[in-house]
Design a protein around this ligand. Structure first.
Ligand code: 1HE
Length: 269
């Protein structure tokens, strides 16, 4: 019996459910450029904790308005005047949310437009696929604000662009956009149309895969990156043992054997 997600309980996330199991989750604070206050982080924790057990086949993660996300809610942080321990706990909730995304087993496709900055880039980097368009730009302005990253950038952004580039982004406030950002790996797709259209197309495509297969792709690979090569190879064998013998895969294999299944071909020139 799948878990029931009551979408009415979310105030800062706008959630739409499509017929094919794709859920469109939009951070909906456009007046604050979708800055992440603690309430929004808690809603992300809640949604991404439940999604793997609720029959969600894929998620498009978007931001309302012209910008994807302006990162930490600097006004809330200023007003709260937090202690070091308080802010450590804030960061731990960010990690909880983003780890649920990355390790949850449900494909998350981020539709990026405008600013993807600071904690907004940390949010985007926890998605499995990032789609950018000509409005999208990436930066880590923490250095200029007297701050440091706290939502996993030292792990995920450093992984995407490399340690040296991340250090440069933080020291100088360097902005990446367009083809250069794509080439660096900040996004896997660059579209002429708004990023949301392409993200939805990709999410629909991934939702056609078997859920257990997607679960493995969107959790096991991340876990295995944290293991020694020996342990990762062992874990890979165990995961493949479960996934590659799932009853639901039999009809797909039968279609291949009877030559009904599509073959892998090179793209048209
Ligand atoms: C905000 C925030 C925010 C906007 N927290 N309220 N992140 C940053 O340093 C990014 C800060 N924001 C910006 O650079 C710009 O706002 C944007 C490039 C994102 C958008 O520019 P623009 O001209 O469209 O908007 P704006 O006029 O700057 O802001 C519009 C409103 O959004 C305004 O509120 P208003 O009540 O005066 O209308 C802004 O105050 C509000 N706003 N960004 C709170 N970030 C776990 S550690 C993570 C570390 C970090 O993420 S550091 C944050 C880095």
């Amino acid at each position: 019996m799948p878990l029931d997600i009551d979408i009415a309980r979310f105030a800062n996330l706008d959630i739409k459910v499509e017929d094919d199991g794709v859920w469109i989750v939009t951070v909906n604070r456009p007046d604050k450029r979708n800055a992440l206050d603690i309430a929004t982080i808690e809603e992300l924790v809640s949604f991404f904790s439940d999604a793997p057990r609720a029959g969600v086949r894929a998620v498009v993660l978007a931001g309302a308005g012209d910008h994807f996300c302006a990162g930490l809610d600097l006004i809330e942080h200023h007003d709260a005047d937090r202690s070091p321990a308080d802010f450590m706990h804030v960061c731990l909730r960010w990690h909880e949310a983003f780890n649920k995304m990355e390790y949850g087993g449900v494909p998350v496709i981020a539709a990026l437009q405008g600013a993807v900055v600071g904690g907004g880039l940390e949010l985007a980097s926890a998605a499995h696929i990032r789609v950018m368009d000509h409005t999208t730009y990436f930066a880590l302005p923490e250095g200029q604000r007297g701050l440091f990253t706290g939502g996993g950038a030292t792990i995920r952004v450093a992984d995407l662009v490399g340690k040296d580039r991340m250090i440069d982004m933080m020291l100088t406030g360097r902005v990446y956009q367009g083809q250069e950002a794509l080439d660096l790996g900040l996004a896997q797709y660059f579209t002429e149309t708004p990023s949301i259209d392409k993200a939805l197309e990709i999410a629909r495509r991934t939702a056609e895969n078997l859920p257990l297969t997607n679960f493995a792709i969107c959790s096991a690979i991340s876990h295995m990156q944290n293991m020694s090569a020996m342990d990762a190879a062992y874990a890979e064998a165990v995961v493949a043992g479960v996934v590659n013998t799932q009853p639901d895969a039999r009809s797909r294999l039968a279609d291949f054997a009877s030559k009904k299944a599509a073959r892998v071909r090179r793209n048209a020139d």
